[in-house]
Design a protein around this ligand. Sequence first.
Ligand code: B1M
Length: 209
Amino acid sequence: SGEALSLKDIIIKGMKEDAKKATKLLLETKKELDIVNEDLIPALDIVGANYEKGYIFLPQLIGSAETVKNSFQVLKESLNSTGGQSISKGKIVLATVKGDIHDIGKNIVKVILENYGYEIIDLGRDVPIENVVEAARVHKVKLVGLSALMTTTVKSMEETIKSLRDNNIDCKVFVGGAVLNEDYAKMIKADYYAKDAKEAVEIAKIVYT
Ligand code: B1M
């Protein structure tokens, strides 16, 4: 008995099995993106801070990440059943940069962009620089999106952008991830910075009109 735990608590505690049910319940009163911004991300911020302070360790961090994946699975299904255009508005290459395995944020951006009608070529995470260049070339995309979550991997983000330029790939690059901001994005010579998935959609609209 007792009160049901909130989705945030479920994520913080890493209760994988309870995530789907709690997410479905929340969907009765809230929109998908609001759940991402008001529940998923704040919960992971707490988990990240607890990890940094040494209150929790890697297994708990992984447990919370897996709980979020289960929750996001439900949100994704919900989004796909409501939206989704059939005609592609344009192709976009997405990747989490070399050395970085954090892909929850990138996957959210992917689902939202797809929902707005863009075709996503998802290269995954820890993606070698040459794979990004090759994919941008082969698919002739006008837009490449890169994600990085660690101060150490912003460096490989910069190198990936440089390599796209050096190889004369004619595309715009947008970047995102918790360690970045507008100034940093400019410094590593990205064309655009996206704070979240909504801003990624705004950028796609600018590039593909
Ligand atoms: Co890691 N991790 N982690 N981690 N992890 C962080 C990033 C950290 C800040 C935690 C901390 O110490 N406070 C820290 C980095 C410190 C730093 O560099 N300053 C850290 C560390 C150290 C590590 C390891 C090294 C731990 C270890 O092994 N000892 C290791 C990294 C290994 C590697 O990459 N080589 C590691 C591993 C992991 C897990 C595997 C357990 C898991 C990731 C699971 C996965 O992604 N599949 C994990 C998690 C979950 C986190 C935290 C807690 C949460 C990240 C997250 O998913 N946030 C994180 C702390 C934190 O961020 N508070 C942390 C939610 C997500 C929706 O937000 O990705 O920011 P975010 O995306 C947002 C926006 O930023 C934006 O839109 C999204 C939606 O709004 N956005 C984009 C993101 N990408 C975008 C791209 C775009 C546009 C917008 O266009 C292309």
